[in-house]
Design a protein around this ligand. Structure first.
Ligand SMILES: NC(=O)c1ccc[n+]([C@@H]2O[C@H](COP(=O)([O-])OP(=O)(O)OC[C@H]3O[C@@H](n4cnc5c(N)ncnc54)[C@H](OP(=O)(O)O)[C@@H]3O)[C@@H](O)[C@H]2O)c1
Length: 332
């Protein structure tokens, strides 16, 4: 069976170039970190992927370790590509990464050439495709020389197994060095993937200006602060929410009264603007000229649809930005 994609898929989504590269990304991209592994219902995952593509979300982001179990999110997308989206491969940007622990022993973690290149081969096998569009180093490795890690990314691109190289979770100084090395190797860094949301504004200090001046794109991950900048928790902790699940990255104890007070105030601004809080949170990240795309997660198609509409949000006024800053305070 092949999915018949909506003919309207490019009608509303807007696209932005990754820095000074030729690669255009949708302003809203979909990540498969949660809810796409073997233990998630496949039909829901499939519905989200097909529904996203129908809305012009052409970019799906993975890593070798997304699941659980690790690797199974790549297998899920592989199944959907085989069954439904294969004919649309040239309309899709598929990324994956290596950098966190993936298999036992000294060669299944961090940033050696040995790990990165074998991991990419395994990712391609799980996805059932010949190349990924972007291959990232997932996090800095304090022990492997950066030259070796960047050399492995360059090799991935030269071999045709990746079209572009990217880095994730690198600080400003390491980013400058990595970008210079990749440029020297003739395989420029097109994309950096840092955390950025109303709850985590660290990139505003230096990284965004480094990326702008180096001509590197920025795709902001967890722009909804894993759900803490949406209306998801306004009425308590739903049993099917991330905070209620086993994820160590979001616990009910993270949903403090102080956090929920801010969420209510931000929700008020969103309502005045005629949009959902998720849409406001995404428009707020997208206001930065250096940000190419926001990389959302979702547990159901309705969330993908709600977030996709943020690409067409009216710009935030100076007064709205001032009010948001006042609510966020110094700790987001
Ligand atoms: N490079 C890295 O180190 C790194 C690290 C983390 C993430 N990432 C990437 O970033 C992607 C997104 O991360 P994330 O899932 O943490 O992102 P997020 O967008 O901050 O949070 C997603 C969660 O917010 C809730 N949500 C989404 N849309 C909503 C809406 N319209 N209304 C109400 N609630 C909504 C859902 O929670 P429920 O599940 O509770 O419904 C969803 O699972 C990942 O899939 C991955 O590709 C990369």
């Amino acid at each position: 069976m092949t999915h018949q994609a909506a003919s309207s898929r490019y009608a509303t989504m807007s696209f932005q170039r990754c820095g000074r590269s030729g690669l255009l990304l949708p302003r809203v991209s979909l990540g498969l970190w949660h809810n796409f592994g073997e233990r998630a219902p496949h039909e829901v995952a499939r519905e989200m992927l097909l529904g996203a593509f129908d809305l012009g979300i052409t970019h799906f982001d993975l890593a070798n370790n997304y699941g659980p179990p690790p690797g199974s999110a790549e297998e899920t997308l592989g199944r959907v590509l085989r069954r439904d989206l294969g004919p649309y491969r040239d309309e899709l940007v598929v990324s994956t990464k290596a950098g966190y622990e993936m298999w036992p022993g000294p060669y299944g973690n961090f940033g050696s050439r040995k790990y990165l290149l074998s991991s990419l081969d395994r990712s391609l096998a799980r996805l059932g495709i010949d190349y990924v569009d972007v291959f990232y180093h997932h996090r800095p490795d304090p022990e492997t020389p950066l030259e070796e890690t960047m050399g492995a990314l360059a090799q991935a691109v030269r071999s045709g197994k990746a079209l572009y190289a990217g880095i994730s979770n690198y600080g400003a100084a390491d980013t400058r060095r990595a970008v210079a090395m990749l440029r020297e190797l003739g395989t420029p860094c097109v994309l950096h993937q840092p955390a950025y949301s109303m709850l985590d504004r660290q990139v505003e200090r230096e990284l965004l200006s480094v990326l702008a001046s180096e001509g590197v794109g920025c795709i902001a991950f967890s722009p909804l602060a894993r759900g803490r900048r949406t209306d998801r928790y306004l009425g308590g902790v739903p049993s099917d929410s991330r905070a209620a699940g086993p994820s160590p990255f979001l616990r009910p104890s993270d949903l403090t009264d102080a956090l929920l007070t801010k969420v209510r105030s931000l929700d008020g601004i969103a309502r005045e603007r005629g949009q959902s809080l998720a849409q406001l949170a995404l428009a707020w990240v997208l206001r930065q000229p250096a940000v190419t795309s926001v990389l959302i997660g979702a547990s159901r198609l309705a969330q993908v649809q709600d977030c996709a509409a943020a690409a067409g949000s009216p710009p935030l006024t100076a007064e709205e930005l001032r009010r948001i800053d006042a609510i966020l305070g110094t700790d987001g």
